[in-house]
Design a protein around this ligand. Structure first.
Ligand SMILES: Cc1ncc(COP(=O)(O)O)c(C=O)c1O
Length: 438
């Protein structure tokens, strides 16, 4: 077991209350399958697949072996004007996994980089077609698209924006679809809310379609507490984008690789975006990696001009890193061999029933779910939004369960290998924790 470090000061932790954490640290030492082991030896059930990313469960030998073998044979290859075989093999496999003609893959190292890349490809696409005036990007309130400048601008979570100045100018936002008066305690897609997509028509009237490059949404918003799209909503967005020459980007950093019981949300909802961002589950989180999928017309629009010319002035030192490619290939093998996406779909009704056992617990104001993702929203403490869910998060940890807090919502997103017993345990512990913090 790893020893607890004795000085916590130097590490500036991300998205963490540093001083509070360092006063009472929570250190993970190891992991296996559905569980973490804390530095104090306690075993914790992973209710969140790490951070929505360890879809095949922890410390899979096949992935560890593939990474080790790759590190010994080709540790690094520059991705600029050079290549290595695994990057091409992986792209071909990913293109086969993706729906429709989302058959070109651009590698990045994180969800945030995937978003920046997709936004830049959207702009470059319009530029290549002589529509460079289309520079405006439309996001959605409560959207999370990572932390870099483009993603922050199209994102819609106030706390993630307010410290960082004016950011990108040509951006606007659709309204979010979360409305407890209409949608509380929905199972799967809520029936109410498709009309909210029509707000895009208002933004088109305001800005003119010829200034709008792309709309980016999470098909299921994860980080803001699992907001499931109303029936017909994504279809309507697709329709409006098509009618006005606007690209539709699905940010599938959370929904990709089986979270919804299908390879992608685009697969499950049968709505084809022009660009799709992914990361997290791509490598089972063992090596950081993201992949942006582009439909053929996007790629083709840029494959013009003289052949010796670089078509897209974009990329990262670690795009398609050999270790990440090895991890991704081994991860895809596991998903396929263990049929994990179909497994998640088959488990969904059980998971749904388990989380909705919390509907009547005092203080719960909404439970919502789709695939193996659920949000349990709590009544906020007077004047202290988020305080209740933080207490519940701590109580769950004390009782042996890792959850994720988003405002006053507790999110569950277990690894796709979860058993029915694991799911019962998650719902039971969460119920106890909510009751204990009443
Ligand atoms: C939808 C979405 N986009 C982008 C990101 C950013 O990913 P990363 O933290 O890997 O940069 C996240 C992370 O949770 C996400 O949920």
């Amino acid at each position: 077991m790893a020893e607890a470090p004795n000085d916590l000061d130097a590490y500036w932790m991300p998205f963490t209350a540093n001083r509070q954490f360092k006063a009472a640290p929570r250190l993970m030492a190891s992991a296996s399958g559905m569980h973490y082991r804390m530095a104090d030896g306690r075993q914790i059930l992973d209710g969140t697949a790490g951070l929505w990313c360890v879809n095949a469960g922890h410390c899979r030998d096949e992935i560890a072996d593939a990474i080790a073998a790759q590190a010994r044979s080709l540790d690094y290859a520059t991705a600029f004007q050079m290549g290595h075989p695994a990057a091409f093999t992986l792209a071909t496999r990913l293109a086969r996994l993706a729906p429709g003609d989302l058959d070109h893959v651009f590698y990045v190292n994180s969800g945030s980089e995937a978003v920046e890349t997709a936004l830049k490809i959207a702009l470059a696409y319009h530029h290549a077609r002589g529509e460079g005036r289309r520079g405006r990007l439309i996001g959605r309130e409560r959207g999370y698209h990572g932390v870099n400048f483009g993603g922050m601008a199209v994102g819609g979570i106030g706390n993630n924006r307010k410290q960082f100045g004016p950011g990108l100018g040509a951006v606007d936002h659709l309204p979010h679809t979360h409305d407890l008066a209409h949608n509380a305690f929905s199972r799967g897609q809520p029936a109410w809310g498709a009309h909210l997509a029509d707000d895009l028509l208002r933004l088109i009237a305001l800005h003119d379609a010829t200034t709008i490059a792309a709309v980016i949404v999470e098909p299921v918003a994860g980080s803001t507490g699992v907001l499931v799209p109303p029936v017909g909503y994504l279809e309507r967005l697709r329709e409006i984008c098509d009618a006005h020459g606007i690209l539709l980007i699905f940010d599938e950093v959370i929904t990709g690789y089986g979270r919804l019981g299908a390879a992608f949300a685009a697969t499950r909802f049968n709505v084809l975006p022009d660009l799709m961002t992914t990361a997290k589950g791509l490598t089972n989180a063992a090596v950081p990696m993201g992949a942006v999928f582009a439909r053929r017309h996007i790629y083709d629009a840029l494959m013009t001009g003289p052949e010796p010319a670089i078509e897209l002035f974009h990329g990262y030192t670690y795009s398609g890193h050999p270790l990440a490619c090895a991890a991704a290939l081994a991860t895809l093998d596991i998903y396929e061999k263990e049929n994990l996406f179909a497994r998640a779909r088959a488990l969904e009704p059980y998971f749904e029933n388990a989380v909705h056992r919390l509907d009547d617990v005092a203080g719960v104001i909404d439970v919502r779910n789709i695939g193996l993702a659920a949000g349990v929203e709590l009544a906020s403490r007077q004047g202290r939004p988020g305080a209740r869910a933080y207490e519940v998060f701590l109580k769950c940890l004390e009782l042996g369960l890792l959850t994720r807090q988003a405002g006053d919502t507790i999110a569950l997103s277990p690894p796709l290998i979860a058993s029915e017993g694991d799911i019962d345990q998650m719902a039971d512990i969460l119920g106890q924790a909510i009751a204990a913090t009443a």
